[in-house]
Design a binder for this molecule. Structure first.
Ligand SMILES: [Zn+2]
Length: 428
């Protein structure tokens, strides 16, 4: 019922209140909905995809047995989606031009398969079967419902607009301050879905918000809520998300919706921050998935996130959710070096290790697999010493279906609560 309503969002919001009201904001009920079979609905008519997205691109596997070769691939504009367990090969998405370029540079391409095949063979049913995933309107509605039901501790505000004019919504949990005002309490900031096609990265912080409200009277949670300043932005790149699902067919779209100088679309927001901007592991080639933009902070979404951090200097801890690698990563990602402050390094490693234990993921320094410059967590640490973690969620692809949501959320709620427990004094 959810995905196929996406085109209707263009209609006036007042047409849709009954849809929002029909769903629940309670964590248990949300999970029940997720576990229920998808509602019967007519399949959306397949439409031609404008531009060059899913068609004309390839799922490519390349030999890249060391970090240097993986970093170089990112610079060529190849988005590494998967690093094999033995770390000898990587797979990801490339268009024909990039594939030709890679082949001409003596890169060892082991296999390439049109993404259209992959999409129609593996994912044809996903949009309807994935109706429980929250699109932009549903995410917004749920955040508003949570704040409306808990007005004494929660509020919703926009941190700014996207390229296409959507608001980036934040749920704030704070017993004394509402909206965007300053607070002296130690802050924890959870952000999801800066990469469009990583939809599980919206579900985790969104359902964590619901879980927090359901458990607000548990003694431990009550203590965090009354002493901390908790920010949750589940969908940091709503334009990209809406584009990725717009036809009831996935577009494998990662970036924002900026129109680039060459006519292509999208800047990789997680390469657009001013931390070693567009040096290693990012691309100046506008059509590429790792395109860093014309300059650091060229994009409204990355500027909104920057300004949000700068307006809330009380933020001490941060998670940016991505999918999918089952990893807990800590700074730096843009350099081989460790963070210089040994106290911070010890805290980063300790917290990452503990979150890895709680999720079953692997903890490591972000640059361990490859170097990627311009990411939000490096910038947040370098600017304000925020202890910032990239959590790569689990799954077997960008579109792992609804079955993976419950376990992923359960595990990551534990890690998020642990991060709250460390926010007032991360060096304990
Ligand atoms: Zn990502």
């Amino acid at each position: 019922m959810k995905k196929i309503l996406v085109p209707l969002i263009l209609a006036s919001l007042s047409v849709l209140p009954s849809l929002a009201a029909a769903s629940s904001s309670s964590y248990a009920q949300l999970l029940e909905q997720i576990s229920a079979p998808p509602p019967a609905a007519p399949a959306p008519a397949p439409k031609a995809v404008p531009g060059q997205r899913a068609d004309g691109r390839y799922w490519v596997t390349i030999a890249a047995p060391d970090k240097r070769s993986r970093t170089r691939l990112l610079e060529e504009g190849f988005d590494i989606v998967v690093v094999s367990k033995d770390r000898r090969t990587v797979s990801g998405i490339a268009d024909k031009a990039l594939l030709d370029r890679l082949s001409s540079r003596a890169v060892s391409v082991l296999s390439s398969r049109p993404l259209a095949d992959y999409s129609s063979g593996v994912s044809r049913d996903f949009p309807q079967a994935d109706a429980v995933y929250h699109n932009y309107q549903e995410t917004t509605d749920l955040l508003r419902q949570l704040a409306a039901k808990n007005p004494d501790i929660a509020s919703v505000f926009s941190i700014g607009k996207t390229v296409q004019g959507r608001d980036i919504w934040c749920l704030r949990v704070n017993t004394s301050v509402k909206g965007n005002g300053p607070s002296d309490k130690p802050g924890a900031f959870f952000m999801g879905n800066i990469h469009a096609r990583e939809h599980l990265a919206d579900e985790v912080p969104l359902l964590f918000a619901s879980w927090l409200m359901d458990h607000r009277n548990d003694p431990e949670i009550k203590n965090y809520i009354s002493t901390l300043d908790i920010f949750i932005i589940p969908m940091a790149n709503p334009d990209g998300v809406e584009y990725d699902i717009k036809d009831g067919q996935y577009q494998y779209f990662r970036k924002n919706m900026e129109k680039n100088s060459d006519g292509s679309f999208g800047v990789d927001l997680n390469r657009n921050f001013d931390s070693w901007w567009c040096r290693e592991g990012a691309s100046h080639y506008p059509p590429s998935d790792t395109y860093c933009g014309p300059k650091a902070f060229s994009e409204p979404e990355s500027r909104d996130i920057r300004d949000f951090f700068l307006a809330h200097k009380n933020i001490k801890t941060h998670i940016s959710y991505h999918s999918y690698a089952s990893e807990i990563l800590y700074p730096y990602g843009g350099s081989d070096e460790d963070v210089a402050d040994p106290r911070d390094k010890a805290a980063l490693v300790k917290i990452a290790d503990q979150m890895a234990k709680l999720t079953g993921y692997t903890a490591e320094k972000s640059s361990a697999l490859y170097i990627a410059t311009g990411d939000s967590c490096d910038w947040a640490y370098a600017t304000d010493k925020v202890l910032a973690f990239t959590v790569e969620l689990e799954g077997d692809g960008f579109y792992p279906g609804p079955a993976v949501i419950k376990g992923t959320v359960d595990r990551n709620v534990k890690a998020a609560v642990y991060l709250l427990s460390m926010t007032a004094n991360p060096y304990q």
